[in-house]
Each structure stands twice: as C-alpha cells, then as structure tokens.
Design a binder for this molecule. Sequence first.
Ligand code: NAI
Ligand code: BGC
Length: 273
Amino acid sequence: MYQKPNERLKGQTAIVTGGSSGIGKAVCEALAVDGANVVVNYYKDSETADEMVEQFMNDERSGDAIAVQADVSKEEDVKNLFSEAISRFGTVDILVANAGIQIDRKFHEMSLEDWQRVIDVNLTGQFLCAKEAIIEFLRRGIREDVSKALGKIIHMSSVHEIIPWAGHANYAASKGAIVMLMQSLCQEYGPQKLRVNSIAPGAIQTPINKEAWSTPQALDKLNELIPYKRIGQPSDVGSLAVWLASDESDYVNGTTIFIDGGMTCYPGFTENG
Ligand code: NAI
Ligand code: BGC
C-alpha cells in the first residue's frame, strides 16, 4: 500500500480486469488508496480477490470494493461485470483493461488455439470491456463533481506493442493491435470527453514472466535489456495508473506511456551498431 494517500479518485468507481494478481492487483491497491471504489475482476482466484476487497473495506482511505468473476473474452461475462458494478455503485468512471496472458511458442509450432486464446483475452477482451465502458459513460454523461472527463479508459499494453518478440508472435500481435484500438477510440469519442490511453510496461516482476526473474542468472540477463538496471515492480505501474485516471492528466489523451526503465531505448546498441 502507498504511504502518501490522497483523494484524487474519491467518489469514482474503477473496474480493473485481471485485478487479483501482479500489475492488476497493484493497480487496484493504488486506486483504492486514492479513494476510488474498486471492482476487482478476477478470473479464477476468488480467494485473493475477496481478501483484497476486505482490505479495501477496512482502509479508511479507500472507497468501497467488490469482487466480480468474469472471463474478459466472453461478452456475457463482461456485460455481467459492468452490470454488477453499476448496480452496486451507480456507474463506472474508470476502466483499467489489464487482463492478459502469454502462450509462448515457436511460430511454426503455434496452434490456432494458441493464437486465438491470446487474441481473445488480450485484444477481444479489451474491445468488450471498452465497449461496455463507453456505453455506460455515454448513458450517464459527465459527472462534473468528480472529473472533467466523461470517463477514463486505460489499456494495459506492453513494450511489445513496438518491440518485436520472437517466440511470442501471438502476444506481440495482440499488444500491437491495442495501439490502433486505443487511438481510434480517442478519435471517435474525444469530442464527448472520453480520455483513453495505454500503459506499456517493460519487464515487471509478476507471475507472467517468472522465468525471467526467478534466478539470479535470469535476472542478470534481463537487466541487459534495461538501462535502469532493475526489474519493474507492480506498484510502479499502479502509481502511473492512478495519475492517468485522475484529472492531473486531463490533457493526456490517445497516447501510450511506456514505463520500462528504458527498455525501449534498445540498450543492445550501447556498444554496438
Ligand atoms: P499476471 O499473470 O499476474 O496477471 C494477469 C491477470 O489476468 C491475472 O489476474 C489473470 O487471472 C487475469 N486473466 C487471465 N485470463 C483472463 C481472462 N480470460 N479473463 C479475466 N482475467 C484474466 O500478469 P501481469 O504481469 O500482472 O499482467 C497484467 C497485464 O500486464 C497483462 O495484460 C500483461 O500483458 C501486461 N504486461 C505485463 C508485463 C510484465 O512484465 N509483467 C509487461 C507488459 C505488459
Ligand atoms: C511480458 C513479459 C516481459 C515484458 C518485457 C511483457 O509484455 O508479458 O513477460 O518480461 O513484456 O519483455
């Protein structure tokens, strides 16, 4: 939990998909400490999601919280996630579309199923959630008492929206597509005061990339890719998500913010090229 709470998101409700683990969990914690009501979407881990809700409900800085199960690749589940949130809190102000998976394969060994599942969760999931969020934002209009924007959408992308990734073509393709989804939504709904942006993390220490940090050797190898020479922490991303969801970033729209210790500066070129 953060040490310096304030009230940037007081009175606002945020849905965070894939909220019970890694980056999503840290985003939920950061939003809660800044006063938001948090809807913790989980896929399978109801126990962690319930513990988080209890923790937020007992924290006087936080708004209220609920946990809702949903597979973001299923339209019915996503509709239910939003209707649970709206029936509990009246509306939704912030969506952090964070849920994502990797199914890594050599390309010539990648099955259609390996391809499809990653696209379904990482891209179609973002489509389904953004659509429900925008329907709700348009229905209720701007709430001037809590934010200048009609609503805020934050897509969880990756440095792999621009860095090609051998052995992970399905994942890289899903993240590359998020740029055009996000920017098209910005163009389409900016006039109604929707703010939509992406966060593109580099290597953040979570279960998704455990192999890359669980031994000192792996971590040394990973650090070769990071000018700042440390792996990112989920809380690094949590802080950015709160800022992007708050009016402090009111003029930030239609862009990707990289949070990667410099990974996208290609340190392989330091003494080469
Ligand atoms: P994680 O594995 O800890 O979290 C992924 C979350 O997505 C889990 O809570 C999981 O239950 C959920 N999820 C998976 N399938 C789902 C589905 N069908 N419906 C709903 N939820 C589902 O990994 P991490 O790192 O926290 O990943 C979160 C997001 O951050 C992903 O979109 C990932 O691509 C992205 N990311 C992660 C980076 C990293 O280095 N850890 C770097 C760049 C992006
Ligand atoms: C991937 C991680 C990887 C990071 C940096 C993320 O999108 O999910 O597995 O460590 O990018 O390559």
